[in-house]
Design a binder for this molecule. Structure first.
Ligand code: HEM
Length: 490
C-alpha cells in the first residue's frame, strides 16, 4: 500500500503523500476526556474546539475526544475519535468500503431504542444490513411518489406561516413574537401531509402541539451531545452527564404514533405491502424520518436561511427578486421545475448550506486498516477506530473554496461554480452524488435544496423588502399591481 524511501524512514502513499503518525492526543484517562468535553461545550464551543486543535497539530486530521463522556445511565461511551476537518479526507466518511455506519448517527453514543418503539430504525443501520435497504428504498420511493403534493403542501403551509407573521406585524411593532414557532408549525404540517398523507387538522391536539411534541422527543435524544446555551456549569451537570429516559415523552410519542397509524394508512400500506416492513416498523421508521431527519433538519436549516436573507445589505434580495420574477413571468407557477431555472436562488441556498451545514458532524467506524489522506499527508487508521467529520471547517477548506469565510451567494454560479458542488457535503455526500440503498446519503438531498429554493422564491416574490434578524422582523408587501402580475402559490 505504501513505500518507504531508502534515504529516510519516511513512507509515502500511492499518491506520493508522506505517511505520518496521526497527531493529537486523548490525554490521561478520565482527565483527557473531561477536559475535551468542557472545552467543547463550555470554554471553546465546537468551532474553536476543532480550529484550535487543527492549528496546534498543524493538521486537518488529528486525534481528540468528543463528548458525551460520562452518561451514567447508558452503556460506556468511548469518546476517542479521529477528527477530519478538510475536503480531502472527508469523503472517507462516505466510502462504505472503508467505514461502517452502524449505530454511529450521532457518534459512539446512541439514544435508547425506547425512543423508537424498542427497535433500531433504518437511519441507524449500515447498508450491509438487509433492513436498511428496504427502509431506504421505501423512503426514496415515498419522496418520488409524493413530489407534487410536497410542493403544493409546502407552498400552502408557507402561505399560512407568512400570513400569520404579517398579522402579527400589522401594527407598528416590528418585533415578532418569534419566527421559530410559526415556522415549526409550518414545517410540521407540511411534512405530515406530504410525507405521511396525514392532516394534523383532523386532530386538534396534534394540530396545536404536534410540532412541540416532536421537538421534545427529538431534543431528549440528542441532549447529551448538544450545546443549548444554558448557564454553565448547570448545563454540564444536568444536561450532559446522563441520558434522559424515554418515559418523559412516552405519552406524546404514543399520540404521534396513533395519529400516523390512524391518518397515514395509505403510506403505511405501501411500506408493508411493497417493502415488507411490519406495520409497527413502518410507523416507527416513518415517525423517525419525519421527526428526526426531516423536521429536525428543516428546523435548523430554514431559520438560518431566512435570517441570512433577512440580514442581507448587499442588494442580494433585489437580484433574487429580479431572477424569480423573470422565471415566473407569463403566469408560470412556482414549483420544482421553475426553481431549477433560478440559478442565483439555488447558488444562494447552496452557499447557506456550505457556511452553516445543519448537521455538522458525521461519523463512521473503520471497517479495516486504511490510509486516510488530507491535502498534505496520509495517516494510518486502524480497524474499529471512529472517524468524526466536522463539516463547519471542512466546508471552509481554503484549498477548495476561495475566500472561504465569506458568504458569497454567487459562488456556485456558472460552469466553474457548479464544479464546486462536488465539495458540498451537507447531505453526507457530495451534492453531485445520488442517494441510494447502497449509501448513507440523505434520501431527500434534492428535495431539501429545492424546498429551500421555494421558500426564498416565495419570500422575494411576496415582499418588496424583507428584514429579519431573528428577533425582529419587518416586511414591505409587494405593490398590488406588481403582485397581481405574479402567480400565487396555489
Ligand atoms: C434540512 C433538512 C435535512 C438535513 C440537513 C438532512 C441531513 C441529513 C444527513 C446529514 C444525513 C446523514 C446522517 C448520517 O448517517 O451521518 C441524513 C440522512 C437521512 N435523511 Fe436527511 N436531512 C434533511 C431532510 C430530510 C428529509 C426531508 C428526509 C425525508 C423525507 C430525510 C431523510 C433522510 C434519511 C432517510 C436518511 C438516512 C439515509 C440512510 O440511512 O441511508 N432527510 N440527512
Amino acid at each position: 500500500m505504501f513505500r518507504t524511501t531508502m534515504a529516510s524512514s519516511l513512507s509515502f502513499n500511492a499518491g506520493g503523500l508522506p505517511v505520518l503518525p496521526l497527531p493529537g492526543s486523548y490525554g490521561p484517562p478520565l482527565l483527557g476526556p473531561l477536559k475535551d468535553r468542557l472545552d467543547y461545550f463550555w470554554f471553546q464551543g465546537s468551532e474553536t474546539f476543532f480550529r484550535q486543535r487543527a492549528a496546534t497539530y498543524k493538521s486537518t486530521v488529528f486525534r481528540t475526544n468528543m463528548p458525551p463522556t460520562f452518561p451514567f445511565l447508558t452503556k460506556k461511551i468511548d469518546p476517542r475519535v479521529i477528527a477530519v476537518v478538510d475536503c480531502a479526507a472527508f469523503p472517507a466518511l462516505f466510502d462504505l468500503s472503508l467505514v461502517e455506519k452502524r449505530d454511529v448517527l450521532i457518534g459512539d453514543f446512541m439514544p435508547s431504542t425506547d425512543f423508537t418503539g424498542g427497535m433500531r430504525v433504518m437511519v441507524y443501520m449500515d447498508p450491509s444490513e438487509q433492513k436498511h435497504n428496504a427502509g431506504k428504498a421505501f423512503c426514496l420511493d415515498l419522496l418520488k411518489r409524493r413530489a407534487r403534493i410536497w410542493v403544493s403542501e409546502f407552498l400552502l403551509s408557507t402561505d399560512v406561516m407568512l400570513t400569520t407573521i404579517e398579522k402579527e406585524l400589522s401594527g407598528s411593532d416590528t418585533r415578532c413574537a418569534g419566527l421559530l414557532v410559526p415556522l415549526q408549525k409550518c414545517i410540521f404540517s407540511f411534512l405530515c401531509k406530504s410525507l405521511a398523507g396525514a392532516d394534523p387538522a383532523t386532530c386538534p391536539e396534534i394540530a396545536d402541539c404536534g410540532f412541540a411534541m416532536l421537538d421534545k422527543w427529538l431534543s431528549l435524544q440528542i441532549l447529551p451531545t448538544t450545546s443549548i446555551g444554558v448557564l454553565q456549569p448547570l448545563e454540564e451537570i444536568f444536561l450532559h452527564s446522563f441520558a434522559y429516559p424515554f418515559a418523559l415523552v412516552k405519552g406524546n410519542y404514543q399520540k404521534l404514533y396513533d395519529f400516523l397509524e390512524k391518518e397515514g394508512g395509505e403510506v403505511i400500506g405501501m411500506a408493508t405491502s411493497e417493502y415488507s416492513l411490519t406495520k409497527e416498523g413502518a410507523i416507527h421508521n416513518l415517525l423517525f424520518i419525519l421527526g428526526f431527519n426531516a423536521f429536525g433538519g428543516f428546523s435548523v436549516f430554514l431559520p438560518t436561511l431566512i435570517t441570512t436573507l433577512g440580514r442581507d445589505t448587499t442588494g442580494l434580495q433585489g437580484r433574487l427578486r429580479a431572477e424569480v420574477r423573470r422565471v415566473l413571468a407569463r403566469g408560470r407557477q412556482l414549483g420544482f421545475d421553475t426553481v431549477k431555472e433560478m440559478e442565483l436562488v439555488q447558488s444562494t441556498v447552496h452557499e447557506v448550506l456550505r457556511m452553516n451545514p445543519p448537521v455538522f458532524l458525521q461519523y463512521g467506524r473503520a471497517r479495516k486498516d486504511f490510509l486516510l489522506s488530507s491535502h498534505e499527508a496520509s495517516f494510518q487508521v486502524r480497524t474499529g477506530e471512529l472517524l468524526c467529520g466536522y463539516q463547519k471547517l471542512a466546508m471552509r477548506d481554503p484549498k477548495v473554496f476561495d475566500d472561504p469565510e465569506t458568504f458569497n451567494p454567487d459562488r456556485y454560479m456558472g460552469e466553474k461554480g457548479r464544479r464546486l458542488l462536488d465539495y458540498l457535503y451537507w447531505s453526507n455526500g457530495p451534492q453531485t452524488a445520488t442517494p441510494s440503498t447502497a449509501n448513507k446519503q440523505c434520501a431527500a438531498k434534492d428535495y431539501v435544496v429545492f424546498t429551500a429554493c421555494l421558500l426564498v422564491a416565495e419570500i422575494v416574490r411576496r415582499y418588496d423588502d424583507f428584514r429579519c434578524d431573528g428577533s425582529s422582523l419587518s416586511v414591505t408587501k409587494l405593490e398590488k399591481a406588481a403582485a397581481s402580475a405574479v402567480p400565487g402559490p396555489s
